[in-house]
Design a protein around this ligand. Structure first.
Ligand SMILES: Nc1ncnc2c1ncn2[C@@H]1O[C@H](COP(=O)(O)O)[C@@H](OP(=O)(O)O)[C@H]1O
Ligand SMILES: [Mg+2]
Length: 264
């Protein structure tokens, strides 16, 4: 099994525990907690079995600083959109499994490039899968999804349904776009990949695991991905906090970033 196949297998293993749990007796917070824990166990077990030497950064596990010196780090959100998962009848929740790999530095077999701080763009995402269990789909970096053409009508900006940031409204206004409120960062990124939205704009808070796998899939599909100020998204940085994000059709990037800059 190569790395992308393993990521996809882990996303499917999480779906296999999350779907029956959701059809069972638990509800509300207890269902969310049980889903987070069961999906974490499913993903962690496959990674430990097939890649025992790799480091892992997961929303549902303690952050082990060993990852900062590791060459290969899996960045995992076993259940993104826990609120929507708990709701029982929504499909906007996801399983994120991404691999970050250190770039080989000149003259060293495995270390960071000279002068590069750990996590300082010393590597990048190289393989990923995002599962959408409620839709029975797993999207990966290889084969990469093909973004369908945009439907006729106004542009659509995906935004957090529970914490819509002001900047997303400003971008939508500047583009004459409709806002599409959805749960789960992964689902919203894939909404752009699947052409249910043309852009996703987030600010105000998020962690590396909320965006890593979906961003890798979006990049593989040819979409624009960056911070809100246009700078690159850096993964396996020491601080897991990575609070803002833009994913959009590449032809919209200049307009989205200009509108975001005016709002900043
Ligand atoms: N302001 C914020 N601070 C911290 N995390 C945030 C956040 N806004 C969104 N997130 C996280 O990003 C994911 C998507 O959020 P949203 O559905 O609002 O777009 C959720 O992940 P989890 O469901 O894995 O906790 C949520 O916790
Ligand atoms: Mg999340």
């Amino acid at each position: 099994m190569n790395d992308v196949e393993l990521a996809a297998a882990a996303a499917r293993a999480a779906a296999d525990v999350l779907l029956p749990l959701r059809g069972g007796d638990l509800a509300g917070g207890a269902l969310g907690d049980a889903g987070d824990a069961a999906a974490q166990r499913a993903v962690a077990a496959l990674l430990a079995e097939h890649r025992p030497d790799d480091a892992v950064l997961s929303e549902e596990a303690a952050d082990d600083p060993v990852r900062l010196g590791a060459d290969r780090v899996w960045i995992v959100d076993p259940l993104d959109g826990t609120k929507e998962y708990r709701a029982g009848d929504r499909h906007d929740w996801a399983v994120h499994v991404a691999l970050w790999e250190r770039r080989p530095g000149p003259g060293s077999g495995s270390g960071a490039a000279p002068g590069a701080a750990p996590g300082d763009a010393a590597g990048d995402l190289t393989a990923a899968a995002v599962g959408l269990p409620a839709l029975d789909e797993v999207l990966t970096t290889a084969p990469a999804p093909v973004v369908p053409p945009r439907p006729a009508g106004p542009l659509r900006v995906a935004v957090s349904r529970s914490r819509p940031p002001e900047v997303a409204r400003a971008v939508a206004t500047a583009l004459g776009a409709d806002l599409v409120p959805l749960g789960s960062a992964g689902y919203k990124v894939l909404a752009v990949v699947r052409s249910e939205a043309d852009a996703y704009v987030h600010a105000g808070g998020m962690y590396q695991w909320d965006s890593a796998a979906p961003v890798a899939v979006a990049r593989a599909a040819g979409l624009w991905t960056s911070r809100l100020d246009g700078s690159p998204l850096v993964y396996n940085a020491p601080d897991p906090w990575l609070p803002d994000l833009v994913v959009c059709r590449p032809e919209l990037a200049d307009r989205v970033l200009a509108a975001a800059r005016r709002e900043a």
